[in-house]
Design a protein around this ligand. Sequence first.
Ligand code: NAD
Length: 279
Amino acid sequence: MIPLIVCGASGRMGRMLIQAVTETPGVRLAAAIERPGTPELGRDAGALVGLAALGVVLTDDLGAALEQARGGCIVDFTAPAATEAAAALCARAGVGMVVGTTGLGDSAKAALERASAAVPVLVAANFSLGVNVLLGLAEQAARLLEGFDMEVVEIHHGKKRDAPSGTALRLAEALAEGRGQKLSEAGVYARQGDVGPRTPGEIGVMALRGGDVVGEHTAFLFGPGERVELTHRATSRTTFAHGAVRAGRWLAGKPAGRYDMRDVLGLRGPAGSPGRPGA
Ligand code: NAD
């Protein structure tokens, strides 16, 4: 049984991950980590999510927990600073990392890059099969629909902290790659006031927030007299949780290096394959 550690265990995703670990053959919950001061520390992880006790209590000591997870992985859905700290600990302990946390800054990205020299590291802005297929379709559409204007719109629940979503950035990156562009040069993230006409080649990425929306992403490709819309709608976080646990099972024991969900899902093909995510 591959040992998995859930980091961010009492969060929206963390609770789903605990349940997904119990439902996935071949893996076991080795530890459940939360930040110091969280009221749920000391509670049994199973009881926390309404299951029978699992004999694993929530703790804030990732360093000690990693000792129990040799040959396994952490599954991290926390916050950028926590992911960065975990990267150094995992590299030292020789434990792999599946990272779902989004909004990573340069220093967290650099920490993951350093960790990947010592352990396998898989970062994905989205763990659903559908979104990973969408990324390939978007890249293909961008390549085929020459000259079309491209934009991305995403919608999430009102509690989401980062914007645009990591998935929206990946989607825009896939469009840019289909055109041979760099998102760092083409991306436009706000329009207000007298912004003038749209410049050819720019890719707008806009975020809507509200209610309990799990996650919706649309790539628009506007041409003369026609428009293509490629949309993915997530209706439950369990899709992400099961994908991330499946990724942990797949990643355990792999050589040190960077991986992404297309490796896990067998989607890495010659055509329609967007590049690896930066974070
Ligand atoms: P959340 O706020 O409900 O949960 C985050 C949890 O992490 C909280 O319980 C918080 O206490 C905990 N945490 C913070 N610092 C910590 C630390 N140092 N050690 C341990 N735990 C710590 O948020 P959420 O909706 O579960 O999302 C978490 C992250 O995952 C966000 O970045 C979100 O964008 C991302 N996310 C990614 C995907 C995907 O498919 N990649 C899907 C959903 C959410």
